[in-house]
Structure formats: C-alpha cells, structure tokens
Design a protein around this ligand. Sequence first.
Ligand SMILES: *[C@@H]1O[C@H](CO)[C@@H](O)[C@H](O)[C@H]1NC(C)=O
Ligand SMILES: *[C@@H]1O[C@H](CO)[C@@H](O)[C@H](O)[C@H]1NC(C)=O
Ligand SMILES: *[C@@H]1O[C@H](CO)[C@@H](O)[C@H](O)[C@H]1NC(C)=O
Length: 294
Amino acid sequence: MWHFCMWMVYLLPLFCGLSYCCGSKEYFINGKCCLRCSPGTHVYKHCTQYNSTWCLPCARKSFIAYPSSLPECLPCNVCHPGLGLRTVRECTPTSDTVCGPLDQHYCTETHKKGCRFAQRHTICRPGQFIKRNGTTLTNTECGECPDRTFSENYFSAFCKPHTDCQSLRLQEITAGTNTSDSECGPRNYPRSRVAGLVPALLVVLLLTVILRKIMKRKRDRRREQQQNEERKMKNMEPENDNMETSGWRTIGDDQTSPTLMSKQSTTLRQDNEASKKGTFIRVLSPKNNNKFLP
Ligand SMILES: *[C@@H]1O[C@H](CO)[C@@H](O)[C@H](O)[C@H]1NC(C)=O
Ligand SMILES: *[C@@H]1O[C@H](CO)[C@@H](O)[C@H](O)[C@H]1NC(C)=O
Ligand SMILES: *[C@@H]1O[C@H](CO)[C@@H](O)[C@H](O)[C@H]1NC(C)=O
C-alpha cells in the first residue's frame, strides 16, 4: 500500500506532464496547471504560485476563437479578389474573417463556414440560354438553343423562336441560325433571277474586257510586223560608200525601190557587224529624215 502511494507520488507529475491531471479549462506548464485564456485573449504570463494566468486581448487583425494557451493571437484571414473572394464577415478578436465568392462567382473550395477559392460563373454565349442560374456554390448551366430558336446576346435567359416567314405570308430570304433570326422578304421576290443576273453581268463584262485585250494585242502585233517589214525594206537600200568609211551609214529610206530587195542579205549582215563595233548609224525615219543617233 505504501509502495503504491510512493509510486503515485512519482508518477503523478509524469501524467501531468502529459496534461492528464489538468482540467479542460487548464493547461500544464512548469509543473503546474494554469487557466487557459478566454477567446479573444492570449497568454502574456503563465500563472505563478500567487497569480493566475495573465492574459491580454488580441491586437487588431488577429483573433483566437477558443480558450487557449497560445502566446500570440492568430492573424486574420484576408479575402483576396484574385482568388474570387470577398469579405462576408469582418474579423473580430474571437472569430476569423469569413470569405465568400465575389459576384458571379461560385465557391469551389469551402473552408469551415467560408470559402477559400471561387471561380467565375460560366457565361452563356449567344446561341445558348441560361438553363440554371449560378449560385455562390454552383456554376451557371447553359443550354444550347434548340432547333428553330436563337439568342443574340450573352446571358440570354431563353432562346426566341425564329420568325416564321410563311405564316406571315412572306418569303424567307435568310435562314435563321442559333444566333440570328430568319429574314423575311416580300413573296415571289425574284430572288433567283436577281441572284443569277449579277454573276451573268459580271461574266459578260469580263468577256468583253478579255476580248478587247486580245483584239488590241493582235492589232499591236500586226502593226509591229508592218513596222518590221518597213524597217527591213529600208535596210535593203544600197550603201553609201563615203559614209561607210567615215563610220556613218544610211540604213533607212522611205523610197526603197523594190528592185533593191534582192541585195539585202549581205547588207544586213554588214549592218549587224557595224553596230556591234559601236559605229554610228544614221536612222532615217519617215518623219525626221537624216537624224543622227549614237
Ligand atoms: C499578478 O498579476 C497582476 C495582474 O493580474 C500583476 O499586476 C502582478 O504584478 C502579478 N504579480 C506577480 C508576482 O506576478
Ligand atoms: C450554333 O450553331 C453552330 C453551327 O451550327 C454550332 O457550331 C454551335 O455550336 C452552335 N451553338 C453555339 C452556342 O454557337
Ligand atoms: C436567373 O435569374 C434571372 C434574374 O437574375 C431571372 O430573370 C431568370 O429567370 C433566372 N433563370 C433561371 C433559369 O432561374
């Protein structure tokens, strides 16, 4: 019995070291049980033989929500707009800030009573309608516009049916899409004729232009040929001996006589050689006779 009591004396502090012997409102420190500080305060000095625990209130933007032995208060949470968050409830000494999703956002990560991360609601595009409005906890649901309906704007609550041209005794000119209404026009609108006329006119215009081009080219070629022949004829003129020796030569004359035509080939060759050597050639054009050109 005595031994048992001695055992307890030694063991008790050991148990208390594991804080089994302190009450739920106490904490174990320096071999003693001290009272915890109430929410909103932190321990400044541990209790002594004479004094109980000395507690001080939490500074601004810090809090402690439960009775504790903490030497410092905890920093308040900040609701960051970058995380899609806004402040729902400000921080107090006894409670942390409560964050919630920003407008048109929904919480994707809850944390205790608040939200830790939020995402923007899906935006329903033209061609869609809002099937279900988003909440702070759920995303918006979009639906595709069914056949023969359309929506032109973002955030459309519903899709409007296409205008039924036939029921208006009109003709459909443009079919509706999921983002646009159908367009109606007067009945028996000569759509196909007008539609066909424009390309036809274009083709005719194009053909005219092409034909004109071809004709012009032919005409030009013919004129060129004529000029070439004229030039050839002029080249057939007999040489002027005096000019040949002095580096000058007559190569053109309008009144080339047909009898000189047979003499040409040798003269032409000589002409070419002469021009290669860089000698001067006198050109006699029909308008400006006897002009000298280098
Ligand atoms: C006891 O606590 C009071 C404040 O509660 C303080 O003024 C005093 O100095 C403390 N005494 C000792 C011995 O710690
Ligand atoms: C609308 O119609 C087009 C083509 O038919 C389709 O690609 C598209 O997914 C539809 N919906 C929306 C919302 O644009
Ligand atoms: C969504 O909310 C708008 C008003 O904000 C309301 O007009 C519309 O009917 C709602 N849509 C649904 C599907 O609840």
